[in-house]
Design a protein around this ligand. Structure first.
Ligand code: CA
Length: 229
């Protein structure tokens, strides 16, 4: 799941990003309101949640929220701000925020609130994804195959999730790169191939490395988990 984090205090933003990544979220971290808007305009389908600070350069978190809602975009947004009066909270929620957390805050509380937002969102409340006997569980971040737990890293989990969402489709290297790595990642050209190799190696333990097929010159296709039933 991918989060857009908009926070102009660099150290705080980086520490939130790190904590979110440890909780298996992919995070695009931006420090400016207009830049955040560019991300939302070009990439909004990719985001599961967003976190907006209020006071930001060029466009405030409230303006960002109002602009987003005026376009009919219902992306769940949590306001994370030092503005702590009742009037501020009312203004944030009325502008379209789904939750409001005042700084200073505990990271554990932020994570719990994000989980709550995920549960409340109709588009996100399906906490499991199944494909044949393969089940991916978002509550525990585990994958099971015929009730055996397949132990995956966060990146392997995200890659398998992406494949499972697009069974039978050819996914190009660029599509996988865009989906799984944030724009500030220092990705090298063969990172996708390397990650697919690692995931296949894990799946091979269950005799399932052939689920991900290489389509030469095009990309990869996830096919066989269902056919094996
Ligand atoms: Ca700020």
């Amino acid at each position: 799941m991918r989060i857009l984090l908009v926070e102009d205090e660099c150290d705080l933003g980086l520490s939130i990003k790190k904590s979110l990544e440890q909780s298996n979220y992919l995070v695009d971290f931006v420090m400016d309101g207009e830049e955040a808007w560019n991300y939302l305009e070009t990439n909004s389908q990719q985001y599961t949640l967003a976190i907006f600070d209020w006071l930001l350069p060029s466009l405030s978190g409230i303006q960002l929220l109002q602009r987003l809602r005026s376009k009919g975009n219902t992306l769940p947004v949590l306001m994370l701000t030092a503005k702590d009066t009742m009037q501020d909270k009312i203004m944030g929620l009325d502008a379209g925020a789904d939750d409001y957390l005042v700084k200073p805050f505990g990271m554990a509380e932020l994570l719990a609130r994000l989980r709550a937002l995920q549960r409340r969102s109709p588009a996100l409340n399906n906490q499991q994804m199944c494909y044949g006997d393969l089940t991916l569980d978002y509550n525990t971040y585990t994958v099971t195959w015929k009730k055996q737990v397949i132990s995956l890293t966060a990146k392997e989990f995200q890659l398998l999730e992406y494949f499972m969402k697009h069974p039978g489709q050819i996914l190009t290297r660029d599509q996988i790169l865009d989906h799984l790595w944030t724009w500030d990642s220092e990705t090298i050209s063969n990172v996708v191939a390397a990650q697919v190799r690692l995931l296949r190696k894990k799946l091979a333990i269950y005799g399932a490395d052939h689920w991900i097929e290489t389509v030469y010159g095009l990309g990869y296709r996830f096919t066989s988990a269902k056919a094996q039933q």
